[in-house]
Design a protein around this ligand. Structure first.
Ligand code: ZN
Length: 165
């Protein structure tokens, strides 16, 4: 029941989320510090290292990029340019994100980046058996929908009014 409600909320955010298509996570293979990057930043770092490396240094490669939504303990972003990367949240990540949005509720008009972050919460919370998480996610989802830009609000009661007039 609650899970359905969460997915229903998520589907109402979908028109906005679908305008935001974060790139997959890349990382440096054969070296680096295991950080997440967008492709452009990862390639720039790899090229730079390979140009400057001494004969004994390992040759770096661009790795990753196959997982459009890697499971993460929090929102994924490029360590170099801070661009949001595709992710889904772990249960631990959901708890942290709920905490974040309880302290910083979504503001109107909702932007695609935030809609994506809240969609990730709703998607994962739908599979939570913790009532507290489901409840908190419902509130954040409802706040997000209330903050949707006007042209993206799909209000059923509005359809009824139009049909009646
Ligand atoms: Zn980047």
């Amino acid at each position: 029941m609650s899970a359905e409600n969460l997915l229903e909320l998520a589907s109402r955010l979908e028109p906005l989320i679908s305008t935001f298509n974060p790139p997959p996570v890349y990382w440096i293979g054969n070296g680096g510090e295991g950080l997440d990057y967008c492709f452009a930043c990862c390639k720039a770092l790899v090229d730079d290292h390979n140009k400057k490396r001494s004969a004994t240094d390992a040759k770096w490669v661009v790795d990753g990029g196959w997982d459009a939504q890697r499971e993460n303990d929090g929102p994924a972003s490029c360590d170099a340019c801070s661009k949001t990367l595709g992710y889904t949240l772990t249960q631990c990540g959901v708890a942290q994100e709920i905490d974040h949005f309880q302290q910083h509720p979504p503001t109107s008009p909702l932007d695609p980046d935030t809609a994506y972050a809240i969609g990730a919460i709703l998607d994962e919370a739908a599979y939570s058996d913790c009532a507290e998480v489901v409840d908190a996610a419902m509130k954040i989802g409802a706040a997000a929908i209330a903050a949707l830009p006007e042209e993206l609000i799909s209000d059923d009661s509005l359809d009824c009014d139009t049909a009646a007039s």
